[in-house]
Design a protein. Structure first.
Length: 240
């Protein structure tokens, strides 16, 4: 995998994949970054880096790293009162990367994504996450509803984000109503267009919703994730 951009390369050099970095290419300007001191850097033009990584958003640097090391579900659920973000068929790499960045900054235990019909960790996701995926546990599951059942059996409470006017079979409560402290928490967010699928919503212990006071009918999934994650952080006594 070729990761590109200053933050993704910086985090790759100090994250879980640091030992798998086999090459760093940088323009003369980018090579002067202080954090590259002691790192063997191969000089390259901006055009050469773009050809290597396939993107013009490289900021003058890219690196060849090993495959992304996905985490097992059992490992994620084994922690004490884990905070997990489960994404039900989120397909936009920018959204996945942005959510991973927020989850890592909020101290989440990990992110769970489906194996099919969903974005996976790619160089574009690494860039959108500003390198956060190098420090965040990401797991893939075959069936999201089955994973939520497994999480519930492990003592977690699963909260599905739903639009207030989404026509769900059961009405959501306000996002700041639940007590997120004590047990493990799984925040479940749906796809960009369709929201939570019915079976996934049914597997949640409770549906929650952010207030929508304007004319637009919904928040983007990454914005919703940020708002709810920091409410959970505050509720768990870790926001101050």
């Amino acid at each position: 995998m070729i990761v590109y951009g200053r933050n993704p390369v910086y985090e790759a050099l100090r994250g879980r994949r640091s030992a798998s970095v086999t090459g760093v290419w940088a323009t003369s300007g980018a090579a002067r970054e202080p954090w590259l001191k002691g790192v063997p850097v191969r000089p390259a033009t901006a055009q050469e880096i773009e050809r290597r990584c396939g993107s013009s958003a490289h900021q003058g640097i890219c690196a060849d790293v090993g495959p992304y090391p996905y985490t097992g579900i059992d490992e994620l659920l084994a922690g004490e009162s884990p905070l997990l973000v489960a994404l039900d068929q989120v397909q936009d790499p920018q959204n996945l990367g942005s959510i991973c960045r927020t989850a890592e900054c909020a101290g989440a235990s990990g992110v769970v994504i489906p194996e099919r019909r969903a974005a996976e960790v790619t160089p574009a996701v690494c860039k959108a996450s500003a390198g956060a995926v190098e420090h965040l546990a990401v797991a893939r599951v075959r069936n999201m509803a089955d994973f939520l059942s497994q999480a519930s059996a492990a003592g977690c409470w699963c909260y599905g984000a739903s639009a207030e006017q989404g026509g769900a079979a059961r009405a959501p409560v306000s996002y700041d109503s639940p007590d997120y402290g004590g047990a493990g928490v799984v925040l479940v967010l749906g796809s960009e267009g369709g929201g939570l699928r019915p079976r996934v919503a049914k597997a949640c212990d409770e549906l929650i919703a952010l207030p929508l006071l304007g004319r637009v009918e919904s928040l983007g999934v990454s914005a919703a994730a940020a708002a709810i994650l920091y409410e959970i952080l505050q509720s768990r006594g870790r926001g101050g």
